[in-house]
Each structure stands twice: as structure tokens, then as C-alpha cells.
Design a binder for this molecule. Structure first.
Ligand code: SF4
Length: 420
């Protein structure tokens, strides 16, 4: 199909750009012309409409980008009145709470994965002259129909990662995010969107990863001194696991051996991925000998066993401490994630977490989070417990001693703004 006179404008944001690689690749496959845009979206939309195009504007959103999305949608709805324009919003926040995004003024929400839904939706919009009011049978979306009802259509089957390319090699808008190793998770932590949005884990095969790595080498070698390979994975050591909680060491080793046989620097189990503490043992730690890791990121989440159990983490404080000993014994630096503010957390639980963090000083880093109730999770409606002055003062002291990093203050402010 030729999509002449149709232009898709994808908004770039530093918090959500990873998803643009896969979306742009899907659009490219369907010969749908797109632009990645930053800055003043209104003048870009107006200009493209004035040039005679039908325009689809899209943004991916997560909780922290909601205020910006709201501002954009307000501007769009105040200033763009054209039957040749449609906004489509996707991402974890939109998937978890499509009604909220529609009420903010989006025309259509993509609910769930975008690789198949998004280009098909654009194709259907093109054929229907941008009229989506009868898309009731189109799976994986939400919209407001002519009667004013919010329609959420049937769920779309999850994709096979091996069938989809995660990067855009378009010469005008090349996007090469970290390579998504797996999607979904076998655990069901109550605060986390991953399992509720993506279900059980699906894996990209080693052969596909090798092909992608080869492309990254071709792309980055002329541009950079070294080609760095990073993965997106909620638990890198869970790659290709056959049984939840049991690392598949032979396959993990094959993956690391295969990737590091190329001229690349491999960063494994570190940002933007992490590992669960109980997956670390002497055997899995040996995988890091071939990588370029200085750091290993571990989800520890609380210094209180009671809170770990409330979170449904499926590991204990002792598992986290064992991971700390193992990682530091091999001279890597652990980066631990911790969350404060869980619904039933007491001051005692909070001190248990801060006492642990204090113990790690000089040997580890900590990404401290304040609980963000995310849509679609069992904790979507909870109110994070407020933190007392003494706890906040201790967090301030730990931040000064440079063990704590992350967006803790931003997350606290975000929650306060939402609850006011
Ligand atoms: S926090 Fe990690 S282990 Fe827990 S459900 Fe989310 S991705 Fe899985």
C-alpha cells in the first residue's frame, strides 16, 4: 500500500526513546513515512498539515512523562482542528490506564505492545480517511466512540520478539536502543508493571541477538571508538530460564560467549537491565569475566523481610546480602534498587532499609525510589506511606555521602503533586 500524503510524527523524549526503535522499524517495514520530532510539536503539526499531509502524532508515555503529555494534548486540542489529524498515544502508562489518557484528550490509545498494532492502526486510519469511530473490532486499542463511551477493544496476542527488529536504520532517523533480550517476567511483584503488561517472559534468540549485534557493529564502528552492547531485561540472569528462579547457565554462557566473540564491549546485568539477587551464585557471576562490567545492578527493594513479602518479591534480605558478598568478592560494584513508601511500611521497616544502605557505604551504590503506584499493577490504587523528618534527614545525609542516586526526590514530589 502507498501511504502518500500521510506523515507520522513520533515525539522523541529521553525517558521513552527506547520504544521508538521498534516502532520506527515497524513503520519502515510497512513503508509508512515518519519523522522523529523534538521541540515545538504544534508548529510541526501545523506546518505538516499546511503542506497537505494527513498527520498522525504519537507519543509514548510513562508515569513521569504524564504532565508533559497532558500539556501537549491540551495544546493540540486547543490549536489543531483538522479532520486530517489524529493523535495516538502508547506506552506503559497508556496501557495501564487508557481511560485516563483518553480523558486527557488523546484520540486513540495503543493498549499493550505496539509492533503489530501501531502500523496496522495507521493503515486502517489511512483507509478510513482518519475516521476511527468504527474501530470496535480492531484489537489492542482504546478510543471514545460517537456516543461518548470509552471503548477498549479485545487484547492482541503477544508478539514473538524474534519476528521484530528493535532498531531503526533509517538514515534520517537512526535509533539504536539497548537490545531487548526478553520481555515480560515470571515474577509478580505488586509494584511492577512488567508482568501485568507483558505476561510471562518471552526471549529473543541468541541467533537474532547476534544479527542485531552485527548491525550495531556496522553502524557504530565508523562513529565510535568502541561498540557498546547493552541489553534491556528485567532480570538478565533469567534469560531463557526453563524454571522460574533457576538460571539457565549453559544458555547464558552461550549468549555471553557469542556476543563477546565480536569486537564489542558487553555490559550485562546493568542499566537498563538488572538481575534478581537469588540468581547470583559463583557460576552465574563467572559470566561477567568476559564482560566489561564494573557494576552489576540488583533489585533488592527493601531491608525488611516483611515488606519484601508484601511486595511479593519472592526473595529475602539474606538473598540480597549474599548477592552483595558475591559481587564485591569479585571486585564488582553492586548497584542496588530500594523502594521506600510501600503501603504498610512502618518506621521500623524504613530504618531497616536505611541501616542496610548505610552498611553498603563505600562498596556499593543505591538507586533509592519512592513508591510510584503504577496503573495496571496490584498497587495502582495504594497511597505510599509518607516519610518522617528523621528518615528524610537520613536520606539527605546518605545522598551527601554519595551512596544514593536516582530520582527519589522527583518521585516524592510527583506523588505529592498527584495526591494534592
Ligand atoms: S520487579 Fe523485576 S522481578 Fe519483580 S515483577 Fe518486575 S520485572 Fe519481575
Amino acid at each position: 500500500m502507498s501511504f502518500e500524503n500521510l506523515r507520522v510524527l513520533l515525539h522523541w523524549d529521553k525517558n521513552t526513546w527506547y520504544s521508538l526503535g521498534a516502532l520506527a522499524a515497524s513503520l519502515g517495514q510497512h513503508n509508512i513515512d515518519f519523522e522523529i520530532i523534538k521541540g515545538n510539536i504544534i508548529s510541526k503539526i501545523k506546518g505538516t498539515l499546511k503542506d497537505g499531509y494527513q498527520v498522525i502524532y504519537s507519543e509514548s508515555t510513562r508515569n513521569m512523562t504524564l504532565p508533559r503529555l497532558e500539556k501537549h494534548l491540551k495544546q493540540i486540542n486547543n490549536q489543531i482542528q483538522s479532520s486530517n489529524f489524529v493523535s495516538i498515544i502508547g506506552g506503559p502508562q497508556a496501557t495501564g490506564n487508557p481511560a485516563e489518557i483518553l480523558k486527557m484528550g488523546a484520540d486513540i490509545v495503543v493498549v499493550g505492545e505496539g509492533e503489530v498494532t501501531y502500523p496496522q492502526l495507521i493503515s486502517n486510519l489511512f483507509e478510513s480517511q482518519m475516521d476511527y469511530s468504527l474501530f470496535h473490532d480492531f484489537p489492542g486499542i482504546a478510543f471514545i466512540d460517537k456516543t461518548g463511551s470509552i471503548i477498549i477493544t479485545e487484547e492482541r496476542p503477544k508478539i514473538d520478539l524474534n519476528q521484530f527488529c528493535p532498531y531503526s536504520s533509517d538514515s534520517r532517523f537512526a535509533i539504536h536502543p539497548p537490545i531487548e533480550l526478553m520481555r515480560g517476567c515470571a515474577f509478580r511483584c505488586r509494584f511492577c508493571q512488567v508482568p501485568y503488561m507483558y505476561g510471562n517472559p518471552r526471549f529473543r534468540s541468541i541467533q537474532m541477538i547476534q544479527k542485531i549485534v552485527e548491525h550495531y557493529i556496522d553502524h557504530f564502528s565508523p562513529l565510535k571508538e568502541s561498540v557498546d552492547i547493552r541489553f534491556i531485561a528485567p532480570n538478565s540472569l533469567g534469560y531463557m530460564e526453563k524454571k522460574r528462579g533457576v538460571p539457565n547457565f549453559p544458555v547464558l554462557k552461550e549468549l555471553v560467549d557469542q556476543v563477546t566473540s565480536n569486537e564489542v564491549r558487553l555490559f550485562f546485568g546493568t542499566f537498563p537491565s538488572e538481575v534478581r539477587p537469588e540468581y547470583l551464585n559463583e557460576e552465574t557471576l563467572s559470566l561477567f569475566e568476559k564482560t566489561t562490567n564494573e557494576y552489576i545492578s540488583v533489585g533488592f527493594q527493601s531491608g525488611s523481610d516483611r515488606i519484601l513479602s508484601e511486595m511479593r518479591r519472592g526473595h529475602t534480605v539474606a538473598d540480597g546480602l549474599r548477592a552483595f558478598d558475591l559481587i564485591t568478592s569479585q571486585h564488582y560494584i553492586p548497584i542496588f534498587d530500594f523502594i521506600l513508601g510501600s503501603p504498610s511500611e512502618t518506621i521500623q521497616d524504613q530504618w531497616e532499609t536505611l541501616d542496610l544502605i548505610r552498611q553498603f557505604r563505600g562498596k556499593s551504590k543505591v538507586r533509592l525510589h519512592y513508591l510510584m503506584p503504577l496503573p495496571g499493577t496490584p498497587w495502582s490504587e495504594v497511597t505510599p506511606v509518607p516519610l518522617g523528618q528523621e528518615i528524610l534527614a537520613e536520606i539527605g545525609r546518605l545522598a551527601k555521602s554519595e551512596i544514593i542516586m536516582g530520582e527519589f526526590n522527583k518521585q516524592m514530589n510527583f506523588n505529592n503533586v498527584k495526591s494534592n
